[in-house]
Design a protein around this ligand. Structure first.
Ligand SMILES: [Zn+2]
Length: 240
C-alpha cells in the first residue's frame, strides 16, 4: 500500500511545482505583477510574440481608432527584422517589454543562455528605438527564481497576467471575447497575441477584431484602458 501512496504524493507535489512555475498569477517564485486590486476601473491590454506583419499594424490601427495605448512584449529576433514596427509603437505611445530572443521556456535555460536571451533582446529594442525595455514577460509564463532575478538585475520588472484569452491558436474573435469577459473583474492585465513564436505571419485577425470589440464594450461600461507602466505607477513602481 505504501508505494501507491508515495506515487500520489509525488504526483501532487509535481503538480504544485508545475503550477507555480507556469501559473500566471503565482507569486511563489518571486514577486511579479499580475494586475491591480479587483474592481479597479482600469484594464491593461497586453500582446506577446510580435512584431508580426501585418497583424501588429492592424492592431495599431484599431488602438488608434479608439485612442487607446497597450503594452507589447517583443521577441528579439523579430525586432531585429522589423525595427520600424518597434519605432511605431514608441511614437504612438505603446509600452514595450522584453519577451526573449528565441522564446524558450526559461525554466530549462542555463544562466548563460538566460542572460543572452534577455540581453540580446534589450539591445535589439534599444537599437530599434533608443529605449531599453523596463518590462519583461517570460515565454509560456515559465519562470523560476533565477529568471526573475536575472530580469531584475537588468532593471526589468517581471509582468504576468490574470486574464488569458487563449488566442494563440486558430479560433474566432467571439471565442476570444468570451474568454476575456468570463475573467475580467477590473484591474486586469489581459493576455493576447499579435504574433506567434514559431514564425512571422501567424494569423492574429481574431485578436485584432476581439480587441476592437472589447475596447468598445468596456469603454461603454466606464473602464479606462492603460499601459502596464501606468498601472505600475499607481502601485508605486516606477518604470516610465
Ligand atoms: Zn510568447
Amino acid at each position: 500500500m505504501l508505494l501507491p501512496l508515495i506515487g500520489v504524493g509525488a504526483a501532487a507535489l509535481t503538480s504544485v511545482a508545475g503550477y507555480h512555475t507556469m501559473g500566471p498569477t503565482s507569486q511563489l517564485y518571486g514577486r511579479n505583477f499580475t494586475g491591480l486590486a479587483r474592481g479597479t476601473r482600469q484594464l491593461a491590454l497586453t500582446y506577446d510574440d510580435g512584431p508580426n506583419d501585418p497583424y501588429t499594424g492592424h492592431l495599431l490601427d484599431v488602438l488608434a481608432k479608439h485612442d487607446v495605448r497597450a503594452t507589447f512584449f517583443l521577441i528579439g529576433r523579430y525586432v531585429a527584422q522589423r525595427p520600424e514596427i518597434v519605432r511605431r509603437h514608441v511614437e504612438f505611445g505603446n509600452a514595450i517589454g522584453n519577451h526573449t530572443w528565441d522564446h524558450p521556456n526559461l525554466i530549462f535555460s542555463t544562466p548563460h543562455s538566460l542572460r543572452s536571451e534577455l540581453g540580446r533582446t534589450s539591445q535589439a529594442i534599444a537599437d530599434a528605438c533608443g529605449l531599453r525595455p523596463k518590462l519583461f514577460r517570460p515565454p509560456f509564463g515559465g519562470r523560476r527564481p533565477g529568471v526573475l532575478q536575472a530580469a531584475r538585475a537588468m532593471d526589468m520588472t517581471p509582468i504576468m497576467w490574470n486574464v488569458t484569452c487563449y488566442d494563440w491558436k486558430p479560433t474566432t474573435s467571439a471565442a476570444v471575447e468570451q474568454n476575456a469577459q468570463r475573467q475580467i473583474r477590473g484591474g486586469d492585465v489581459i493576455l493576447m497575441h499579435d504574433g506567434g513564436h514559431k514564425g512571422f505571419g501567424a494569423d492574429r485577425s481574431h485578436s485584432v477584431t476581439a480587441t476592437d470589440h472589447l475596447i468598445r464594450k468596456y469603454k461603454d461600461e466606464g473602464y479606462t484602458f492603460v499601459t502596464v507602466p501606468e498601472m505600475l505607477t499607481s502601485v508605486g513602481v516606477k518604470t516610465l
